[in-house]
Write a protein that binds this ligand. Sequence first.
Ligand SMILES: [Mn+2]
Length: 390
Amino acid sequence: MKTEEKENSKNKRQATLLKKKISEFKEVTTKSITDCNAVYLVGHKNPDFDSIASLGAMALVCKRLKKAPYIVMDQEDIEKLENDNDKYYEHEMMEKIKEKFVVINLSDYESNKQDNSLLIVLDTNAYFRTPFKNHYQDFKKILVLDHHCVDDNTIKANNKLILHDCASSCSEIMYWLLKQYRITPSDVDYYTFLLIGINLDTKKGTKSNTMPSTRDCISELLELRKADPVKADLFLNPAYESVRKSYELFNKANWLTLRYAIAVDNENVYTKKEVAYAADLMESFVCEAAIFCGKNKDGKYEVSARSNRGNVDIAYIMRELNGGGGSLSNASCDPIYIDAEGELENKKLLDEIKDIIYLKNNGQKQKQMPRKRYYIKSKNIKKKNKEDDE
Ligand SMILES: [Mn+2]
């Protein structure tokens, strides 16, 4: 018990100290941004998620203080993000930030230098790791926000917030700073990016740099700020085929009317789990029914259905489709073989599902057993299932 108490107060101390340091630095940041003519933001060369997410968050701070910042990157890095396959998600993140903010290269900077400029360095403190070389003297003021150790290469800055022993990542620092500014980006991606930055630097909270404040930060990002954990996983696991495939199937969903999302795909080879995961992704959307079909290694479609409104008996739809069943919110059926190839194969299965939804009478089944309505009137699914059994 006593050690637990000790531990708790130690935890509190770390988080309090971190926030106090950030709060003091906020004053300096505000004054520096407000007083200058132009703000330039840089991360480190060969930018990673922590660096890019921090640039995005700091750009939001500048915007709040009515300054449009320039994000400076190496031309080489800009091209790498454009062209390298394994930089695909770094590129995605950067593209999102470019929707709101300007990114320039070093020669753009050199031809547009301004007096009384401010440089803000993020996620590194080493002078040789930023795109700038002998340019540091150009700036009237330099701020550094970082979580790496200081050494002989540390930039000679006016103000530094270098928290190598009390913050996990630059993204964590930026989260607490945004919070102190009471900045809540309308685009939740900015929060997701910070989560990705933290997850990258802490190996998803498994490394020893995961502080008590880091855990608070992650849970606030997920619960309070609605950062997207699926996207976060996706960005961090480009090699994780499974997540990628599920996401792809999810993205292939067609909406029938407003509330039916149906995806049928035979381009990837899916496992039952991957199809189920894609259907789970739809749960954050309001839908009467999400029905996801992906072809497996045996050449049959795995099918998973979800509903989060409770008006549609998806178990009934699954039973009609291929002897399946389930609950009001979660159902599936046996793998289905469709006698066709290519696009036609997908279309045939889609048509079969549509026929059930639109209560079309086709085939012989109809003659043997009249179709029942799949739409739940009483919402009493238990009763309905019982009737069906009889
Ligand atoms: Mn970092």
